[in-house]
Design a protein around this ligand. Structure first.
Ligand SMILES: *[C@@H]1O[C@H](CO)[C@@H](O)[C@H](O)[C@H]1NC(C)=O
Ligand SMILES: *[C@@H]1O[C@H](CO)[C@@H](O)[C@H](O)[C@H]1NC(C)=O
Length: 147
């Protein structure tokens, strides 16, 4: 994991969580997610939407894993990127040419690039959380100052 000075500060102030599997995770608040997204290539005007998606999908937990999809596929990380099309269980591969495991650390450069790739291919409707919680909604609660 690459840590810049800012990254170290963010990691130090993030809340450490014990996930269902016992693995330690990092859970970011909305303003921390906003700061991370800004540093990883998202445009400022798009932040409320993407913060809404990230909070809706993973509650800001970079180690979130969902194994309860009806088709047996698994979702990984902040954006809950799915292994059916986008990441591979065996090294790099599938649509984003990445390993699913690499989506669980708190360096979201690869997650962010993949999320934008998915959005370009399928639109934001690819995310259930977007359709249910963000699309056409008042996003003012996600329009937070990055911290
Ligand atoms: C996937 O990424 C690796 C490492 O960057 C690269 O060497 C490889 O050519 C990429 N594969 C595809 C299909 O883009
Ligand atoms: C969105 O919600 C905020 C806070 O509740 C409110 O101040 C604002 O007027 C709302 N905007 C719209 C367009 O409804």
């Amino acid at each position: 994991m690459r840590l810049t000075v800012l990254g170290a500060v963010v990691a130090a102030t993030a809340v450490a969580l014990l996930g269902p599997g016992g693995a330690e995770g990092v859970k970011w608040s909305k303003c921390q997610v906003a700061a991370q997204l800004l540093r990883n290539g998202f445009q400022r005007k798009d932040l409320p939407t993407w913060v809404c998606i990230a909070m809706g999908e993973s509650s800001g937990n970079t180690r979130a894993i969902n194994r309860h999809n009806t088709d047996g596929s698994v979702d990984y990380g902040l954006f809950q990127i799915n292994n059916r099309y986008w990441c591979s269980e065996k090294g790099r591969g599938k649509g984003c040419n990445i390993s699913c495991k690499s989506l669980l650390d708190d360096n979201i450069a690869d997650d962010s690039k993949c999320a934008r790739h998915i959005a370009a291919k399928q639109g934001l409707d690819a995310w259930v959380a977007y359709k249910q919680k963000c699309k056409g909604k008042n996003l003012s609660q996600y329009n937070v100052k990055p911290c």
